[in-house]
Write a protein that binds this ligand. Structure first.
Ligand code: HEM
Length: 448
């Protein structure tokens, strides 16, 4: 094999000839595979890995053929492969009517890189301090309002925190009069992307015609009106240059030809950041608490270190949560041409899916992979191709630093304030909601 994935056409003939076609996979048909995938993805992945090795095929409805890979070397080849060949945006077309045609999530190649560059500055790791105060204030306010002594579902509350943080740090809206209608419209809009009853019609009529459904169009139009008002007002703000919210930075960003972003581009990217960053971070936070409450000694260590002003164990806890309970189990790249990978010549049109779940459960990489052990990251920082909760390469999650910073802030505020115990006897299992794997009982705990 060559060090990077090469288009089959350019392979020079050294070594054994690759096998043309897809690697083997479970024999059952597309419908039962899809049903198992949506209910017990982890089980299907583990069984297939045990039977077929680090590269196998799955047939998932609406998705075509998936080639699931779980070897870090192969993952590296995909993440560093030519973006012209490995398309991620094409796999997200279902989001186009919701997020718009400029969304960084639905684009590929030049257009994708163009939008991504415009969005990068506010998401650089070192910029996170600018958001620290707001994040802390929002978390503290929310957490202090929680009831004690009764079973309490954390997931919806984590969603409230992550939404509030996005409204203030991404949209830069702070006064309650503006926030209240925006909050309500955004919640309603988010339902479009997470509620399977809403997503189903999108799948059935197809992304091109979904705007013909009045209930769908009304929700999108309502949010569009509110966002247009926020953008218009911000363009005229006298303090625009000093503001550090993401919207204000987008208004100052310039394309390569020096032109500013249009209102339509800004609208699409604001909603993209909302959809990509809200549910994911809330779910990861719920898992962190679900795992910590099942391991009281780890929770105690975390509290002691946080109270002593230390961050190392907090960072390791965030990393271990994202390893053991990754919010998303695979990322997808659709091949625009045939590609040689792992001894196969995969056909154009196939979707290669680096498998976050399997890589994170590999005992060669993580001894005792089922155990929740933040300690494993204390001396060993996560590897680029062995710790991939945020995907990788030119498509790596733009909000990875933001999300980890936010998780640390919220966990710090929470463990400092309460004794926290689980409300149910057994560990919560993963439960799929749209695309995220959430704790089955929404991380139900008792605070004291
Ligand atoms: C724990 C929380 C999060 C997780 C687990 C997560 C995970 C991911 C994953 C797996 C991808 C796809 C990467 C790939 O295909 O290689 C992604 C993409 C993306 N995420 Fe996140 N994400 C999180 C939070 C956020 C936040 C907070 C934001 C922004 C505020 C964000 C913005 C994005 C964007 C814009 C993309 C598309 C990048 C591109 O296509 O170039 N994410 N995320």
């Amino acid at each position: 094999m060559e060090a990077t994935a090469t288009a089959a056409a350019s392979v020079n003939g050294h070594g054994p000839a690759p096998i043309k076609g897809l690697p083997p996979g479970p024999r059952m048909g597309r419908v039962p595979q899809t049903a198992i995938w949506s209910r017990r993805a982890q089980w299907l992945l583990e069984q297939s890995r045990a039977r077929f090795g680090p590269m196998f095929s799955l047939k998932i409805a609406y998705e075509g053929d998936w080639v699931v890979i779980s070897d870090p070397e192969l993952v590296k080849q995909v993440f560093t492969g030519d973006p012209k060949v490995f398309h991620a945006g094409e796999g997200n077309q279902i989001l186009r009517p919701i997020l718009g045609e400029n969304s960084v999530l639905v684009l590929d190649e030049k257009k994708h890189i163009g939008q991504r560059k415009l969005l990068l500055p506010p998401f650089h790791g070192e910029r996170m301090q600018a958001y620290a105060e707001k994040m802390t204030e929002i978390s503290a306010r929310e957490i202090e309002s929680w009831p004690t002594g009764v079973p309490y579902k954390l997931r919806p509350r984590m969603q409230a925190i992550t939404l509030e943080i996005i409204i203030e740090t991404v949209f830069g809206v702070h006064d309650e009069e503006r926030m209240a209608p925006l909050r309500e419209a955004l919640r309603d809009f988010l339902d479009l992307t997470t509620n399977p009853r809403v997503l189903m019609p999108v799948l059935m009529v197809g992304p091109e015609r979904v705007n013909l459904i009045p209930a769908f169009r009304r929700r999108v139009e309502r949010v569009d009106r509110l966002i247009a008002a926020v953008i218009g007002e911000r363009r005229d703000a006298e303090d625009l240059a000093e503001r550090d919210d993401v919207l204000s930075m987008m208004l100052q960003a310039r394309h390569e030809d020096d032109s500013p972003m249009s209102d339509a581009e800004i609208r699409d990217e604001l909603l993209t950041l909302l959809v990509a960053g809200h549910e994911t971070t809330a779910t990861a936070l719920s898992w962190a608490m679900e795992r910590l409450t099942r391991h009281p000694e780890k929770l105690e260590r975390l509290r002691a270190e946080v109270e002593a002003g230390e961050d190392a164990y907090l960072t390791a806890t965030v990393q271990e949560t994202l390893r053991l309970r990754p919010v998303i189990v695979v990322v997808v790249r659709k091949l625009t041409e045939a590609v040689e990978l792992g001894g196969y010549e995969l056909p154009a049109g196939a979707r290669v899916t680096p498998c976050i779940h399997l890589i994170h459960r590999d005992p060669q990489i993580y001894p005792e992979p089922e155990r929740f052990l933040p300690e494993r990251f204390l001396d060993n920082p996560p590897g680029t191709y062995t710790w991939i909760p945020f995907g990788g390469g030119v498509r790596r999650c733009l909000g990875a630093a933001f999300a980890q910073f936010e998780m640390a802030v919220v966990l710090r505020e929470l463990v400092r304030r309460y004794e926290i115990t689980p409300a149910t006897p057994a560990s919560e299992r993963p439960y799929r909601r749209a695309i995220t794997e959430t704790p089955r009982h929404d991380a139900t705990v008792v605070l004291n």
